[in-house]
Design a protein around this ligand. Sequence first.
Ligand code: SAH
Length: 383
Amino acid sequence: MTDVKKQPCPVFKKCGGCRYIDIPYEEELKKKEAYVAGLLKPYIKLSGITGMKEPSHYRNKVTAAFGLDRRGVPVSGIYEEKSHHIVKVDSCLLEDRKADEIIVTIRNLLKSFKIKVYDEDTGYGLLRHVLVRVGKTSGQIMVVLVTASPVFPSKQNFCKALRAKHPEITTIVQNINNRTDSLVLSDRENVLYGKGFIEDTLCGKIFKISARSFYQVNPVQTEKLYSKAIEYAGLTGRETILDAYCGIGTIGIIAADKASRVISVELNKDATRDAVTNTKKNGITNLTVYTDDAGAFMEKLAADGAKIDVVFMDPPRQGSSEAFIKSLLILKPAKVVYISCGPDTLARDLKLLTKGGYKVKKAECFDMFPKTDHVETIVSLTR
Ligand code: SAH
């Protein structure tokens, strides 16, 4: 493992993203492991943490804010912690290098195309954010230009100039966002170049990824995590699986060959659209995707008396809902594999699941987010 102790970052104090930038990686892993082990202690002894060989530049999705700095000069970078001042960033230790280069190129092109960055105070200006997504296996790259208004003068020439500098870009999308909250992307988009999405491969399956769909940011660790999830489920080919909070369908699609039937549910419409495409793309015929709140969907399954053998649940940081867990306790699947990016909410949900008759069999961590204070945990439960 590499010692990243003295890797410099000029803005790390202002950014606050890299909590563990100044300690060796081994130590960071120990701290994360100890933290989760403490939370899971009432249920299970944690079986360790899997780190990365190269814990840098792993993020396949990079978002840069565009705006004016304190002196009114156009910049791109990150918001200073707990503020709306943008700190200029050229390269970040967590982010894909090519994505960072593309963002700097965009910043440098603005002047010759007379594109104004958006000013939050006055509401004047066009470009608000740039998001870059990289398919680490496919090499495909998507650039999303988030603008305050649909009117984007000489957009085609701008795209041409950008692609001339970075021919590796496979698609460019304009997202129009005039909202005043902190959401980066709205649901209005125009494809300016290419197909409007990228593809990537995970665990031997191919996935379509749109601008607004959730896709794990660290593909190297995601493969290890998903393989473990499949291992924990111990599939025989006869099971009916529920893949809850399925995103673009990843876990269910990877498990489908080893199961009788897969039911996948996800709230985000763009993600379920991708999940349907991904199911077809991989030639899978035993998987159905539903767009719904996972809790409401579980209530319906429970009311219908559905027979589910294995539940994969991968909720967002807020964890699962009471409605979801209550219905799960009615459905009584033999196995539950819980994938969590929020250790606190995981512990909270495990309390309910163990009270309801489940026993935690195994738990381990995967470091999906080196240098930051986030950590992923996977837990196997049986009745
Ligand atoms: N399993 C997927 C996605 C996990 S991220 C993967 O590994 O890629 C969590 C997902 O839960 C996101 O796609 C998010 O859109 C979805 N989500 C959030 N709240 C939800 C809810 N109430 N019901 C269903 N899905 C939800």
